[in-house]
Design a binder for this molecule. Sequence first.
Ligand SMILES: C[S@@+](CC[C@H](N)C(=O)[O-])C[C@H]1O[C@@H](n2cnc3c(N)ncnc32)[C@H](O)[C@@H]1O
Length: 509
Amino acid sequence: MKTNAKIEFGDFQTPLALAKEVCSLLVQQRVNANAVLEPTCGVGTFLVAAAEVFPKARLLGCDINSEYVMQTTAALAAAGAAKRASVGKQDFFAHDWEAGLADIRGSLLVLGNLPWVTNATVSGMNGSNLPTKENFQGFRGIEARTGKSNFDISEWMLIRLVKALRGRSATIAMLCKTGTARKLLRFAWQNDGRIASASLYRIDAKKHFGASVDACLLFATTGEAGPAEAKVFDGLFAKRASTTLGLAGQDLVHDIRTYRRLKHLEGLCPYQWRSGVKHDCASIMELRRTDGKALQNKLGEHVRIEPDHLFPLLKCSDLANGRIEPERFVVVPQRRVGENTSVIAKTAPRTWRYLDSHRKLFEGRKSSIYSSRVPFALFGIGDYSFAPWKVAVSGLHRTPRFALVGPVDEKPVLFDDTCYFLPFEDKQEARVVAEILNSRECRDFLASLTFTDSKRPITVQLLQRLNIRALAEDAGLADEWAASRNRGVHHSEEPISMQAEFVMERPTK
Ligand SMILES: C[S@@+](CC[C@H](N)C(=O)[O-])C[C@H]1O[C@@H](n2cnc3c(N)ncnc32)[C@H](O)[C@@H]1O
């Protein structure tokens, strides 16, 4: 298949060895199948593997690619299973799955590997292999999810299958991205999708498909609603589950058992977490000292600007590795979002000339948040950015490490937008809060909530739900924290209005 079509149709054929491993797991799990359905069968490796372990089962396959349909038919004939096979060309999106599944009698196994592609990729290449708008009655929110936003085609297809299977006892064994499996489960658990049981078995997608994604076998049974929990195994034949993910209220959490044990640590954080400064122009805005003195930008230019607009900068990798002596500086043309930058032309002419000489790079910033803004606009900037003391954490690293960061040469240290922080006027309070956040209890609680394969395991929403008071009590620091808070200004506190929904893992929007 040509590369473009391969991408549009998410065409990564499962190697026979992996299909056989999956099938032996199904046998080990005592799956009973009178019929095996592969809804996007490709060249048929799953059906061939299933033919061997379910010697009496009917083998049903469809694919949009007629060449593949022929190959699967031939492969099943070569495996001696022609008589019990039925393979045809079928567009998944156009099929009436309710009627199709109702025609299949006996215990049903839905097995396979759906296309690995997102709707945005398909649309971006002017492709048409996308779902049509359908009435997903009883599946709240599907319209919104399949509207303009990005989602994995396989997520849509899995939801479609679960909906068509609702109330029917069947087994689902599908390879997919781990994130897709979680989204499917979350969706089904929240929308009466009647998943009786579910487990995830991680697979090595790099080895089997050459794809650098977290992938798994989603193994589920349908028919009635079971507990909203799924064991996660680190390999197809791992003896023990490494964790049990589950639904906690509206949220999917990584380790539901630990979460339940530490649930009392959840609440409203009395401080307002902030994200670091966002500029999307690192080549100009981020500087380093070359020979101890002169500053250089990422283009290799020497930069001489007024010190008023220059602040020490830490990035997520610094925080994650405990490096809190900044080696970088950031140019700061604004002290709050929306502030007029043109005054710099007078107050700091060298800074203005420097920025202005690279105006094109600023104007080329992709994010729409910069359109119709003043030149050299920043986000994530305000009084809080200039507080002397901060407790900061990387948003991108799996294991949170909260750093106490103080001023350098009497200047507050800033962070980039991969970091989150609490600002403090008082060192003592910042120190105690850092200690509370680094306590065992806090780390365990955060670990129970976060999915380590998420691009951004730590988010403001997550941090904002840390009940510092309960954490301080559990960590034996309640008195110290209370004493530190009595010392004076509470720069970082803000009335918190409506609490944002606590979404550990957001469904595709
Ligand atoms: C990831 S491959 C997997 C193939 C096979 N299930 C396997 O495990 O080897 C996805 C398959 O989905 C098929 N496909 C893509 N879009 C489809 C659609 N709209 N309807 C039916 N099949 C489709 C592709 O042709 C491809 O064979």
